[in-house]
Ligand binder design. Sequence first.
Ligand SMILES: NC(=O)c1ccc[n+]([C@@H]2O[C@H](COP(=O)([O-])OP(=O)(O)OC[C@H]3O[C@@H](n4cnc5c(N)ncnc54)[C@H](OP(=O)(O)O)[C@@H]3O)[C@@H](O)[C@H]2O)c1
Length: 336
Amino acid sequence: MTSAGESINCLIMKKIAITGANGFIGSRLSSFLLSQGYDVRCLVRKNSDLSLLAKDLETVFVDYNDSESLQTALKDSEIVIHLAALTRAKTWEEFRKINIDLVETLVNIVNVSSSIEQFIFMSSQAAAGPAASALPKREDEECNPVTMYGNSKLEAEELIQDQCLKAWTILRPVSVFGPGEKDLLEYYKIVNKGIAPLIGMRHKYISLIYVDDLCRLTSLAVGNEAAYNEIFFAAGSENISMAGFAYLISQALNKVVTKIRIFVPVLWLAAVILELFGWSSKRPPVLNREKLREMSQRYWLASNHKAEEILGFTQEATLVKQMQTTINWYKEHNVL
Ligand SMILES: NC(=O)c1ccc[n+]([C@@H]2O[C@H](COP(=O)([O-])OP(=O)(O)OC[C@H]3O[C@@H](n4cnc5c(N)ncnc54)[C@H](OP(=O)(O)O)[C@@H]3O)[C@@H](O)[C@H]2O)c1
């Protein structure tokens, strides 16, 4: 016999398929949605590193280049959350293949599926581009991406809006930080050595979101009609200067640091040299000209007002606490 609570839980439990589930965000999101009572299916590749993925999750191997393999993996799913993407690549062709063509394949599958009700796409603030001033950018403002990555995410957003016949929701996270993240970690490592490099002579500002806040925000969009056919920035409530960000990290590391401002042309030269040294590797180095173009913008600020109003999203803890948890995790895992 099932209790009333269990019956209700069975009624509301949606089947969610998550692409890119083994990644930084995907692994946290999969565990979070499972803890919320959803039936979660994690789509991963044969060679994916599964170290961040919890063992209690259902894992399905998929070939993203094969539509049939995807169709099988998505069978019976009611919600698809698409996270798999290339965040760094050398050419537009590479970005297009994963960040646009794969979205098109998925939209085609979603359109003909009898079970799928909603397609949630993890886009990026990069699709919208930076804000024009210190006023955080809003969803209804014109998009002006400054990188190939941003352009690929914007094209994918447009494709979904034009072609998806089911309910869709587009989320545009700002810089996501938290346990398991790999790119910002490189910066934490430098700060841990007592140096806080800052780009250019002028102050720069960023919006941030803690990974668990992003998971909650995503779950608020799941099966929520108010989120259907809407775009939301996914951002925390505390915007910060890059100098403030460096201070936040140094406090969490309990380190005294020296701030060093580096001229953009110097970094440009360094990026070119790193790219030349890494010409034979598949992925570009963490510091490359695309990344520098992105990092040179003054206002990577996005408003979470719409997510607050429509989804009821709020940042759960202070940035100070969230950064401390992040740094503690890296220390516990001997990465810092
Ligand atoms: N992290 C951020 O700050 C941030 C901000 C805004 C938006 N986003 C978006 O959030 C999503 C997840 O990002 P993340 O930070 O979790 O990235 P991540 O840790 O690098 O994970 C990326 C995921 O995409 C998969 N993937 C990478 N290349 C692929 C390819 N060529 N074909 C198929 N799958 C591929 C990876 O699978 P393998 O492990 O098998 O390579 C992995 O599962 C992405 O769509 C990203 O654009 C992230």
